[in-house]
Design a protein around this ligand. Structure first.
Ligand code: 9D3
Length: 254
């Protein structure tokens, strides 16, 4: 997979492949990351790429022409059929399903907006999809692009240790549940022991406990995720057990 990011801050975006899974993906040859800077296509002596908005208002707008030339340059490296994504607060909310879909592409161009936005004539004419991280205000699209690259890198074939599949993830579309809690050595830490079931060696009981914790935590923290699922009989029993234990806990001594 080749990703070309169109950005006024290439040095910021390149940081994402210096650590962790995206770095592994690059080292293994599963991912290539390049950046193209619209500033390199500015036609004025000052390499200026922003202008005041027609109609007035605060801030500046990224101009269409240098941005278009940067996208065309990026696309030339990847082939004319390559999808152009734009990181934008007006976009569709990114989620795991977007990562899974995009990880199947051979290449992507990712446009990062800065200032108040990008000239709409360019957006309408060249951008295939606008993607957002969520309903909060960032100062530009670069961090969103880095999130996207991180999320995609770990899905590329051969990048994750092959034992785990992406399907076991907390947010995988497959389980639709939050993850169960994790514990490691020492068995007692500052007076607190790990749950007995983890030390019992009973694999069936462990699997049931983990599923129960995953169901219970999803019920507590993200009930919206549970609404989308059809729980089977065992899952319903486990969740009911979790809920029963929870209400006795909250009740304290009662
Ligand atoms: C406060 C500025 N807003 C005026 C009403 C508009 C605005 C313009 C540009 C808000 C944010 C930005 C820059 N943000 C992004 O480019 C961005 C973003 C975000 O801000 N939040 C969540 N996801 C994303 S993806 C790209």
């Amino acid at each position: 997979m080749k990703i070309e990011v169109v950005t006024l801050f290439p040095e910021l975006v390149e940081v994402v492949t210096r650590h962790g899974m995206p770095r592994v993906a690059v080292d293994q040859g599963a991912l290539q990351l390049g950046c193209t800077n619209p500033r390199d296509f500015a036609s004025n002596r000052w390499r200026k790429v922003d202008e005041r908005p027609f109609g007035g208002g605060p801030g500046m707008v990224m101009q269409a022409e240098p941005t278009a030339q940067a996208i065309e340059h990026a696309k030339a490296a990847l082939g004319p059929a390559t999808k152009v994504l734009m990181m934008s607060p007006q976009g569709e909310r990114m989620d795991q399903r977007w990562f899974e879909r995009l990880a199947r592409e051979d290449g992507l161009v990712v446009l990062c907006g800065r200032y108040e936005g990008v000239d709409e004539r360019l957006v309408a004419g060249t951008v295939d999809v606008e993607l957002s991280l969520g309903d909060f205000v960032l100062s530009g699209g670069e961090l969103a692009a880095m999130v996207l690259i991180d999320g995609i890198a770990r899905l590329l074939p051969g990048v994750l240790g092959h034992a785990e599949s992406a399907g076991q993830d907390s947010f995988s579309v497959e389980t639709g549940l939050l993850d169960h809690p994790h514990y490691s050595r020492p068995e007692v830490w500052r007076g607190e022991a790990v749950p007995d079931v983890l030390m019992s060696g009973n694999h069936a009981a462990l699997a049931r406990w983990r599923l129960k914790q995953a169901l219970g935590r999803t019920w507590l923290r993200r009930p919206d995720l549970l609404d989308k699922l059809e729980l089977d009989a065992e899952q319903q029993t486990l969740l009911r057990e979790f809920v029963a234990e929870q209400t006795t806990k909250v009740g304290g001594t009662s």
